[in-house]
Design a protein around this ligand. Sequence first.
Ligand SMILES: Nc1ncnc2c1ncn2[C@@H]1O[C@H](COP(=O)(O)OP(=O)(O)OP(=O)(O)O)[C@@H](O)[C@H]1O
Ligand code: SF4
Ligand SMILES: [Mg+2]
Length: 373
Amino acid sequence: MSTDGSDELNLTKDQPDAAVGEPVRSSTATAAPAADAYLSVRDLRIHFDTDDGLVKSVDGLSFDLARGRTLGIVGESGSGKSVTSLGIMGLHRTAKARISGEVWLDGEELIGADADRVRRLRGRKMAMIFQDPLSAMHPYYTVGAQIVEAYRVHNKVSRGAARERAMEMLERVGIPEPRKRFSDYPHQFSGGMRQRAMIAMALINNPELLIADEPTTALDVTVQAQILDLIRDLQKEFGSAVIMITHDLGVVAEVADDLLVMYAGRAAERGTAEKVFTEPQHPYTWGLLGSMPRMDRDRIDRLNPVKGTPPSLINVPSGCAFHPRCPYAELNGGSSETVVPELREVAAGHVVACHLADADRARIWTEEIEPKL
Ligand SMILES: Nc1ncnc2c1ncn2[C@@H]1O[C@H](COP(=O)(O)OP(=O)(O)OP(=O)(O)O)[C@@H](O)[C@H]1O
Ligand code: SF4
Ligand SMILES: [Mg+2]
């Protein structure tokens, strides 16, 4: 991948604002970006043609992210988090990908924009820390040369000045003896070191939107904390918008302002991180929180983690994609099995895609969920 492919970050903020109880999906699909949104995703669909059929990896996703905010995206493996990120970055432009919807970045629509334009924005305005560091680095060039190049593509500086900046970044991400390691090739780095080098490459241009896809999974706890601090510094200094994708709900709880819970390529729930953690509304979110490790509770007091396996994205279950695994599916007179739930606002800025009637949700919340949270 070219060196401009890896650096940016930004976030969107939560969305809109239909009256409580009203479906918002149709309106968000066409609505103009929220006034303060730096990133605005509207009805994004990313499907792939494969020999087995059409894979609906992302299927109607909308959200906004303002500068200075961090959006956490959570959801189990295969729910479409990385495909969404790569789609925002314009990295799915292949014959097999069918993409529709809108991605607005700082007022500019990217899905319909030409590839050169998106490439120019990548690395400068938006950057990504990739889940797989190897995919972000070219095997034939040294790590140092790639980071220098990522900087020089967007900044008119001498090679020497770019080299100094690259060293500084390598040092900041915790690479020991950066001057020595500068001329190593990616395969000479350990997995954790490659991850850090890629983070250096993503952050070197101070992106206004940074998408961090599992940025700290291969790293030990100390380095993980350093990296999160680095991202926070970037955000503070440059008002960057950040999307943080992680399986680690502890990390999300620490860094996210807003939270998007994805299931089968769609939003199950979205709201401020505080609301989603303290008053989750979707049965899938209840299960996710049940799988969070907790030392302060006996097993018996815990929420039940999600049972069953992730759905096929080729034959997505009818109605609510979560219905085969949902303990409450039968409460809705068959609509869970037949009708795709739209996002409804259940409190200001807090939306949920679930057919549960308010009275049922309130009862389940009070009797089963809240006592175990
Ligand atoms: N190029 C592609 N062609 C076909 N299917 C794809 C392609 N890229 C991703 N997918 C499928 O899209 C779905 C969503 O993948 P994605 O990588 O976004 O999941 P994820 O939420 O990031 O999961 P994880 O937590 O494991 O990283 C998966 O079923 C994946 O197999
Ligand atoms: S719509 Fe039905 S199946 Fe889906 S989460 Fe709500 S109750 Fe469960
Ligand atoms: Mg992923």
